[in-house]
Design a protein around this ligand. Sequence first.
Ligand code: CA
Length: 263
Amino acid sequence: MTPAATARDMILTNAFPTPVSMPPPDPPRILVVEDEQDIAELIALHLSDLPARVTQAHDGAEGLRLARTGDFDAMVLDLRLPAIGGLDVCRELRAGGSPLPILMLTARNSELERVLGLELGADDYLAKPFGVLELQARVKALLRRAARQAAPVVAPPEPEELHMGPLHVDRARRRACVGDQELSLAPREFDLLWHFMRHPGRVFTRADLLADVWGYGHDGYDHTVNSHINRLRDKLGDRIGEERGSRFIHTVWGVGYRFEVRE
Ligand code: CA
């Protein structure tokens, strides 16, 4: 290739960049616990078509051990296993706090098994014998539900105004009143008050407040928070005597502050 051709290729390459495609997501990892090896093989085969990466365990103890590794996105669990049965595997996993989605395989016509399994924390069941398509559909539904549950919760929108006891704060107008008396707050004092009122009852350390109100990366110190809180308390008329303490901002000794309206 001549140098000119190389240069032209480069220009063309730059003019029409290859679209960057995202790598496909990793297929889900599924644990199949079934002592009958031919059935386990068959289930593994059909789940691999989803696609999924399938690991087999052929007794309850091995199933439990693998499930506890946290390496799986779902488990297909036969209830009829020798020694440690499927119901015990289910119970043990849930007792240990595992959220692993479980599709249990039950005997046909055993309502008791199904009910027990669901009570013990299985997410769904499939009665044997079952069709391939139904197995695939159930596992896909299980994975979808788990993905939805794991999705981040959308925060509710920030309110425009908050009322608590004699306090009324209007965020849009940046006005704060105690009763009918308007307070003259510095911007950071206002932000502190708003933050406290958004989270009544919650205990904040000074580091929490620095991060939440001043922002991460702020080169602040505990005394920055202390002095703002002291000024805010003065303006709120927060102290109601030695014995009764504060009306709004309460010191949690050795920890930080908590906001709560006390009349
Ligand atoms: Ca079995």
